[in-house]
Design a protein around this ligand. Structure first.
Ligand SMILES: CC(=O)SCCNC(=O)CCNC(=O)[C@H](O)C(C)(C)COP(=O)(O)OP(=O)(O)OC[C@H]1O[C@@H](n2cnc3c(N)ncnc32)[C@H](O)[C@@H]1OP(=O)(O)O
Length: 263
């Protein structure tokens, strides 16, 4: 995607990360230059967000400059620095961020998690299936220090499911009622993957149930230690579902792909 201004002047590297301040990395200049750069970054984000929504058949963009400004999300932007007579072109974007979710594994066991999520991913229509998506995704994995299997994916398209299968061997997604998708390895215990575990107290009335938290994706499994609070309690699926929706909406400053799709 080309712009009237030079994206090479705005973004100094082939992949840049933008956060809520919308300031291009490495920016230097006075107040006026800052204002100008933020406006240009906003224009890029809005144009790519719209193109992504169109490609996914959504009625509204998931990604806009305003929404990014009001979130803790990260947006990776991919450039082709040779294109547009040296001014450069934007060829892809990938948005990630943590979400508070309840997810179910194949056995119906539920987990309270705050995993890093793939929220919006788009490669320009003219450049798809040429490896750019993999390049951008790999960059993100390396920057965030995460494995794809530990991420939750917000309402993945068939193309993204194919992408994850091809490049990361992820198959048989566990589809969630909130339209997120996770894979079996998501639920593996922290000890299986040699990852650091923290033990936290949950918010139960007695505060006695220990929650083991996997630092990679915030996976928490509950265990019942002893005493009367140690007695197993039957799960209330409806309560979990309602709670899930509530927690997702509360934690999000912006609607997810699933919410936009249902509008
Ligand atoms: C959480 C979300 O964001 S869900 C929405 C995901 N985004 C979209 O669906 C928007 C339209 N699609 C795209 O923007 C891109 O295709 C992406 C981002 C999904 C992948 O980026 P690409 O640059 O195409 O990926 P890359 O070239 O690295 O890998 C190609 C693989 O992705 C999958 N893929 C990409 N495009 C397609 C397609 N049209 N049909 C089926 N599979 C596809 C395939 O596995 C493909 O491998 P193949 O060509 O050997 O079959």
């Amino acid at each position: 995607m080309e712009f009237k201004f030079s994206v090479n002047e705005l973004f100094k590297n082939p992949i840049v990360e933008i956060n809520h301040n919308l300031i291009p990395p490495g920016f230097s200049g006075d107040r006026r230059a800052l204002w100008d750069s933020v406006n240009k970054v906003s224009e890029v984000i809005n144009a790519m967000g719209e193109a992504s929504a169109k490609a996914q058949g959504l009625s509204k963009p998931i990604t806009t400059a305003d929404r990014l400004r009001n979130s803790e999300h990260r947006l990776y932007i991919l450039l082709d620095q040779q294109a547009n007579n040296g001014k450069g072109a934007v060829t892809g974007m990938l948005k990630t961020g943590a979400k508070g979710l309840y997810v179910f594994d194949r056995d119906g066991q539920h987990y309270q998690v705050s995993p890093p999520c793939v929220l919006d991913f788009y490669v320009h229509d003219s450049r798809q299936r040429t490896g750019l998506g993999k390049q951008l995704f790999e960059h993100m994995l390396q920057k965030e220090g995460i494995e794809p299997v530990k991420m939750a994916i917000d309402r993945p398209s068939e193309k993204l499911l194919g992408f994850l299968n091809k490049h990361y061997g992820l198959h048989s997604p566990v589809k969630q009622m909130n339209n997120y998708v996770v894979y079996d390895g998501f639920f593996s215990k922290a000890s299986d993957s040699n990852q650091h575990q923290e033990v936290e107290r949950d918010q139960s009335p007695a505060g006695t149930r220990a929650l083991k938290k996997d630092s990679a994706n915030g996976l928490q499994t509950s265990s019942s230690p002893y005493g009367r609070y140690g007695a197993p309690r039957p799960p209330c699926s409806m309560g979990q579902i309602i709670h899930n929706q509530t927690s997702t909406i509360n934690k999000q400053q912006e609607p997810s792909g699933a919410q936009i799709a249902s509008q």
